[in-house]
Design a protein around this ligand. Sequence first.
Ligand code: TYD
Ligand code: MG
Length: 455
Amino acid sequence: MARNKSEYVCSECGEVSPKWAGQCGSCKGWNCLTEVLAAPQPKGGGGSSRFAGYAGEKVKVVKLGEVEVSTEMQSSTGISEMDRVLGGGLVQGSVVLIGGDPGIGKSTLLLQVMVKLAAEMSVLYVSGEESARQISLRARRLEVAPSRLNLLTETQAEQILATAQTLKPRVLVIDSIQTIYTEELQAAPGSVSQVRESSARLVRYAKQTGTAIFLVGHVTKEGNLAGPRVLEHMVDTVLYFEGESGSRYRVIRSIKNRFGAVNELGVFAMTELGLKEVTNPSAIFLSRHESPVAGTITLVTREGSRPLLVELQALVDESHLSNPRRVTIGLEQNRLAMLLAVLHRHGGVASYDQDVFINVVGGVRVMEPAADLAVILSILSSLRNRPIAEGTVVFGEVGLVGEVRPIPGGEERLREAAKHGFTRAIIPKANRPRKAIEGIEVMAISRLSEALSVL
Ligand code: TYD
Ligand code: MG
């Protein structure tokens, strides 16, 4: 086979040059050129699209309404939390990227899912990191019967694709994409160009054959997926494995999904028998205090389409620093600074001489503004050393002029709170449900000052 031509792409500005150089000719950045395969020139009339067939089928226009979509395109993985983050189930021809820190459980989860799937369809598990013996030991440890799972320990993309073409699996797992290389590039496995090129081939294979592919991706120290950002653009779904070190809970978050809602959350617990799904996550993120404690409050947040009860803790303590500390875990720090300013201007509560620490218990990350009201009330509760009445939940966004703004899904959140035995809710006025929800008394407010008087 003739070697394909290489070219060099600047990772900073995207400039393409035919020769390698230490400095990019366009943006003048140093050491940012990486080797990539030159895109093949389309041979006479079409065939260049990644959806076109092997033999360069004719490109044709179709009516969207006439595209056939069978309902069984999505199949369940047998693990409902996994189905949830995938947007309902496994989609034929889709490529799913699963990222996460080393040792968090990516291989464990995929092995569990694939053993289940292998009972119904042909599955090929390609490992570039572990030997067949190691994987077999893990399967034994998980007490699953992997008899029908096909295993391949290989790192060369061409070999993997050739095997896949003969075996024709419905699902293909690549663990991990950083170990895979194509012989057409000289760069080392794991380098930007290798990751990009190998993934491009796998994605093309998935689209052409309808095989569902799972790619395992490592994350860098900064928490990004190693390899180029283009990897996230190429795939259909990006899932992140999160979890506090030391905690046995693992959360899978979908941050991109062409087939479902993003920010959907799947919750698992790591046990001696692998990952077990947690179907009622609200229960695990709430700690039950024997008597009400100052500085803690329960917040109803929403992860994807599911309301989730989490505990928010604040500690406000006299500061001896000229710049008092503002520390958040699980929340955005700038948001805290903003809320402290709002609390000062519209609530008359100053905190310039106090250190403020906020923690979302259980390692959950709350990214929505619905946490604002809870943050303010927990700070106030800690500052005044006055506990918030037992059985209270809070949600609502707080604006810069001291107004309490509505948030999406208010009624659902109230229902979730009622389900867990909460009896009182402090919520934005516009979120007040039209019909009272049984078991929960609603206090609807429109200004921050009203919330403060609640305490
Ligand atoms: P692993 O799936 O190998 O992580 P990754 O592929 O993301 O790097 O993670 C395995 C970790 O989980 C390891 O630290 C041991 C632990 N573990 C359990 O606690 N119980 C189990 O049943 C298994 C298989 C692993
Ligand atoms: Mg692994």
